[in-house]
Design a protein around this ligand. Structure first.
Ligand code: NDP
Length: 477
């Protein structure tokens, strides 16, 4: 039998992806460095479809029909290179290697270039949705050549999540590293979404004085409105969960130090390189890092804070509604920043990424799936060259309606001494963008003063320098 697709790397993601292909009627060759995993997969799930178990790389490649479609789902980094080195010599021109791991897009660009010389298509593919998504339908972000999408796209469309309107959550994102770049920014936005939700929770707890169970109910209500999303839904589940051992809210028995695997950090690093202000995403990454500094936090615990003031029941209810506004407005800002980064990456690397199509494939399967993404797609459909999501009329109107509450929430957070860096960074971004004048003019003056870095004038073209150490006359630079 010849298989239409092969998956090598059969840990949680690869195993579920292979099952997903098989359940959709494809014959799937399966392979793993440690062969017991391959045998286990076939023994446990062989009844779900047609699997061809391969013990060696040679057997694996021989089992695939041409052009060969070989999916790598191994640990990202060196293991990916090791696996490519093992398989590439066995492949022929026209075959393709699909890397579904969380690779850095710069690695993907390098691998694509190297394999292209051999006539092999390298399809760096972002896959989101965790192990459940891999099995039941993930959001898929393939990069690579356009030609490779023709024999591959229909299969990915079949196994992908479907949005509410039935559209498959997959599109050819763009050449070489475009898919992994978009997956990276997806994860950065995911960090921001999670941080904003975390801040909303903490404010409802410390300012409104609500219990986790009550906050879970509030999130459930929010989930029926414009915040309707997977992350809000699971937040309610986590907050209402009670620890069996202690009878306490689960959230109170978990160590409050958040971990990360690095894609959020990459999003910020690359944004710095591209000069894109992703302040909200950066705060989310820093918030996780701050949480992990246990000794520093311990040493800081005695520092002074404000006197807490309790809200009465009516005030708390008003405050909770305001938090919804603040959360929604901040969410618009983090997506604005994320899409700005994708647009900048696309321009830098010549990817020609369709931002509307990207928002459309995030509507299902992935961690940030949300009703909200339909609105983003509508914004880009209406105006593909939209300079920023904030310039979309609908979003601008919604923020206009939310901003008073957003500010009040930050006033309350400040007064009560509750850190809300995500909300604050988002509002600062909004206020800075809409400002008539920024203190950057003063910065330019300082730079010219100490370093003769020159400045431009509002009323004349050219560069100028003031003779600060002399008579303070101005010279054309
Ligand atoms: P892991 O990242 O834990 O990787 C384990 C797999 O990699 C095993 O099959 C292992 O083989 C193989 N492997 C490791 N080193 C080598 C090597 N040098 N040569 C050959 N094979 C090697 O598995 P996951 O399923 O969690 O993730 C797979 C990929 O998917 C990763 O890149 C991950 O970042 C990405 N991803 C994961 C998500 C998740 O929710 N977990 C979501 C989206 C993407 P062996 O059994 O022999 O040790």
């Amino acid at each position: 039998t010849s298989a239409q697709i092969g998956v090598t790397g059969l840990a949680v993601m690869g195993r579920n992806l292979a099952r997903n292909f098989a359940r959709n009627g494809y014959t799937v060759a399966v392979h793993n460095r440690t062969a017991t995993r391959t045998r286990e997969l076939v023994a446990e799930f062989g009844h779900e479809g047609d699997f061809v178990a391969a013990e060696t790389a040679k057997e694996f490649v021989a089992a695939l029909e041409r052009p060969r479609r070989l999916v790598i789902m191994v640990k990202a980094g060196d293991p990916t290179d090791a696996v490519i080195q093992e398989f590439a010599p066995l492949l022929e021109p026209g075959d393709m290697i699909i890397d579904g791991g969380n690779a850095h897009f710069a690695d993907t660009r390098r691998r694509e270039r190297e394999l292209r010389e051999q006539g092999i298509h390298f399809v760096g593919t972002g896959i989101s949705g965790g192990e459940e998504g891999a099995l039941h339908g993930p959001s898929i972000m393939p990069g690579g050549s356009k030609e490779s999408y023709e024999p591959l796209g229909p299969m990915l469309e079949k196994i992908s999540a479907k949005a509410q309107d039935g559209a498959p959550c997959v599109t050819h994102v763009g050449p070489d590293g475009a898919g992994h770049f978009v997956k990276m920014v997806h994860n950065g936005i995911e960090y921001a979404d999670m941080q904003l939700i975390g801040e909303a929770y903490q404010l409802l707890r410390d300012v409104a004085g609500y219990s986790p169970a009550r906050i879970a109910d509030i999130f459930r209500t929010w989930n029926t409105g414009r915040l309707d999303s997977y992350l809000i839904e699971i937040t309610a589940e986590v907050l209402s969960h009670v620890d069996a051992a202690t009878g306490k809210p689960f959230v109170d028995v978990v160590v409050d130090q958040a971990e990360q695997k690095g894609t959020g950090r990459w999003t910020v690093q690359i944004a710095l390189d591209l000069g894109v202000p992703v302040s909200g995403i950066a705060e989310a990454v820093f918030a996780r890092s701050l949480s992990g500094h246990a000794a520093l936090r311990e040493a800081s615990r005695g520092l002074a804070g404000p006197k807490p003031a309790a809200l009465d029941e009516a005030e708390a209810a008003v405050f909770a509604d305001r938090v919804e506004q603040a959360l929604y407005a901040s969410k618009i800002v983090s997506y604005t920043q994320g899409f700005h980064e994708i647009a900048a990456g696309s321009a830098e690397y010549g990817w020609d990424i369709d931002l509307g199509a990207v928002s459309a494939i995030w509507r299902g399967g992935c961690i940030i799936r949300a009703a909200f993404l339909d609105r983003i797609r509508a914004a880009y459909d209406a105006r593909p060259d939209l300079p920023s999501l904030l310039s979309d009329e609908t979003f601008a109107r919604e923020i206009a309606a939310a901003q008073d509450d957003w500010r009040e929430v930050l006033v309350a957070a400040t007064r009560q001494g509750v850190a809300a860096p995500g909300f604050a960074a988002a509002l600062a971004y909004y206020d800075a963008l809409r400002a008539e004048r920024l203190p950057a003019a003063l910065t330019q003056g300082q730079r010219d003063f100490f370093g003769a870095h020159t400045y431009r004038r509002v009323d004349r073209d050219g560069s100028f320098h003031t003779l600060w150490g002399g008579d303070r006359s101005e010279a054309s630079a």
